[in-house]
Design a protein. Structure first.
Length: 167
């Protein structure tokens, strides 16, 4: 039987009262998912802002002496994405095992593609915020790299939506 949106809060309250809605593992799962989403928002939102607002004014306008601050946030977001993403994958695998099923090979293949795309996105953010000569050379074509980063982010979101429906 389908439940309507209006019924969900009351069902949650009943589960909460019974002590079933919140357990240690559920809290950790929620914290992991929130950390994952917020980190992605920081990384992708920053790249979007750089591309659409700052990059049209030139490379120098992109950081205005604040490159190190952006680099710090790129590092924090990247680290949290790796940790929370790995944890979320372990949860999905354990849920499949607990249900006595195996993950669909298509799920694992799409997850692998998403991971590679995420690594590309993280590389773009890291190299553009870097302080090396190589980073300076990448910033010479900043708009192109930001376009690639944004396109990669869209691919990741599409893959994440598909993966969410597969498990």
């Amino acid at each position: 039987m389908e439940s309507s949106f209006v019924e969900l809060p009351s069902q949650f309250v009943v589960l909460l009262a019974q002590g079933e809605a919140v357990s240690g593992i559920n809290v950790v799962q929620v914290v992991s998912r929130v950390a994952h989403i917020l980190s992605a928002m920081i990384l992708v939102g920053g790249l979007f802002y750089l591309r659409t607002v700052l990059a049209p004014a030139g490379v120098d306008a992109c950081f205005a002496g604040r490159r190190a601050v952006w680099a710090k946030w790129v590092g924090i977001a990247t680290g949290l994405l790796f940790v929370s993403g790995f944890y979320n994958l372990v949860v999905v695998i354990n849920e499949a095992k607990a249900a006595g099923t195996k993950l669909d090979p298509a799920y694992l293949m799409l997850f692998g593609i998403k991971l590679l795309a995420a690594m590309l996105l993280m590389f773009v953010a890291a190299i553009l915020s870097g302080r090396t000569e190589l980073a300076d050379r990448f910033r010479e074509k900043m708009k192109a790299w930001l376009n690639l980063g944004w396109l990669t982010a869209v691919v990741i979101v599409v893959l994440a939506a598909i993966l969410r429906t597969l498990h």
